[in-house]
Design a protein around this ligand. Structure first.
Ligand code: NAD
Length: 292
C-alpha cells in the first residue's frame, strides 16, 4: 500500500482521495478549505498541516487543482523542494498543455516520475471510482501510477508523452461542446417545426444523429431521466467548466496554428451563456439560450 499526499480535495479530489483511502492506502490530504479537509478525515484520511507536509515523506503526490497557475505554484514553490527524489507525481487537474509540459520538465530535473492524468466522468464518476483517465508521461510513470488510477477510475489510457493527457482531454471536451450544441440546435429547430421531442429522440437515437449528448445526456427533459435537463440543469458539469476547457483548447490551437472553426464558435456561444449569469448551471443548459 502506498503513502500518498493528496493536494486539492474539492468536488473531484475529495471523493478520489476517499476512494484511495477505501482501497487501503495511507492518504495525507491538504486543501485551502477546512470543509474539504473535514470530508477527507470523515472518509478515514489524515490531515497534512500544510502544503509542505502534504508532499513530504510520501511515495506519491496527487494534485487535483483548479487551473495551470495553481499547479505551477504548488509544484514549483513546494513539491519539487520537499518531495523525495524518485517520488511519483500525478497531476489530475485539467490545465493548459504548456504548464503541464513545463512542470513535467522540472520533475525530470528533480529526479521524479510525473504523469499528467486529467479525468472525465464528473463528480459522480469520482465518487463511484469510474473516472476515465487520459495520461501523459513516460511508460515508467504510467506503470507506477496505474494501480492507483485503477482505484479511482475504470478507463485508464496512456495517451502519450508529457502533456498529451491534457491535450487529449481538451480535444475531447471541445468535441463534446460542439456535439452538445448540435443536439440542442436539433431539438430547438424541431420545436419550431412542431416535431415532438420524444419522437425526435426516438428517431435520432437510432439514426445518424446518435451521440453521447443525445443518448446519455439529453439536453431536453424527458427522454433520459438522469440527464440534468430533468432537474432544471443543475450540474453535472457546469458551463463555467466547459468554458474553461474550450479556452484551453483555443489557446492550444493558437500555439500550434490549428484550425478549429466550430470549436471557436462553441467558445463564443458558451461565453455568451456564461455572461448571461448561467455559468453554474449544467453545460447542457445552453439549450435554453439556443432555443431563444
Ligand atoms: P474544486 O474547485 O471543487 O476543487 C479544487 C480544490 O483545490 C478546492 O477545494 C481548492 O480549495 C483547492 N486548492 C486551490 N488551490 C490550492 C492550493 N494552493 N493548495 C491546496 N488546495 C488548493 O474543483 P473540482 O471540480 O474538484 O475540479 C478540479 C479539477 O478537475 C479542475 O481542473 C477541473 O477542470 C477538473 N475537472 C472537474 C470536473 C467536474 O465535474 N467538477 C470534471 C473533470 C475535470
Amino acid at each position: 500500500m502506498a503513502t500518498i499526499g493528496f493536494i486539492g480535495l474539492g468536488n473531484m479530489g475529495g471523493p478520489m482521495a476517499a476512494n484511495l483511502v477505501k482501497a487501503g492506502h495511507a492518504v495525507k490530504g491538504y486543501d485551502l478549505s477546512q470543509t474539504a479537509i473535514d470530508r477527507l478525515v470523515e472518509a478515514g484520511g489524515s490531515v497534512a498541516k500544510d502544503l509542505k507536509d502534504a508532499a513530504s515523506e510520501v511515495e506519491v503526490v496527487v494534485t487535483m487543482l483548479p487551473a495551470g497557475e495553481h499547479v505551477r505554484e504548488v509544484y514549483q514553490k513546494t513539491v519539487f523542494g520537499v518531495a523525495k527524489s524518485g517520488s511519483l507525481l500525478i497531476d489530475c487537474s485539467t490545465i493548459d498543455v504548456e504548464s503541464s509540459r513545463e512542470v513535467h520538465a522540472q520533475a525530470a530535473v528533480a529526479g521524479m516520475d510525473m504523469l499528467d492524468a486529467p479525468v472525465s466522468g464528473g463528480v459522480t464518476g469520482a465518487a463511484a471510482g469510474t473516472l476515465a483517465f487520459m495520461c501523459g508521461g513516460s511508460e515508467q510513470a504510467f506503470e507506477r501510477a496505474k494501480p492507483l488510477l485503477d482505484v479511482m477510475g475504470a478507463n485508464i489510457v496512456h495517451a502519450g508523452a508529457a502533456g498529451d493527457g491534457q491535450a487529449a482531454k481538451i480535444c475531447n471536451n471541445m468535441m463534446l461542446a460542439i456535439q452538445m450544441i448540435s443536439v440542442c440546435e436539433g431539438f430547438a429547430l424541431a420545436d419550431k417545426l412542431g416535431v415532438d421531442r420524444q419522437k425526435l429522440f426516438d428517431i435520432s437515437a437510432k439514426a445518424s444523429g446518435q451521440c453521447w449528448s443525445l443518448t446519455t445526456y439529453c439536453p431536453v427533459p424527458g427522454p433520459i431521466p438522469t440527464s440534468p435537463s430533468n432537474r432544471d440543469y443543475q450540474p453535472g458539469f457546469t458551463a463555467n467548466m466547459m468554458l474553461k476547457d474550450l479556452r484551453l483548447a483555443n489557446t492550444a490551437k493558437s500555439a500550434v496554428d490549428g484550425n478549429t472553426p466550430l470549436g471557436e464558435h462553441a467558445l463564443e456561444l458558451y461565453e455568451t451563456y456564461v455572461d448571461s449569469g448561467d455559468g453554474e448551471t449544467d453545460f447542457s443548459g445552453i439549450f435554453k439560450m439556443l432555443e431563444g
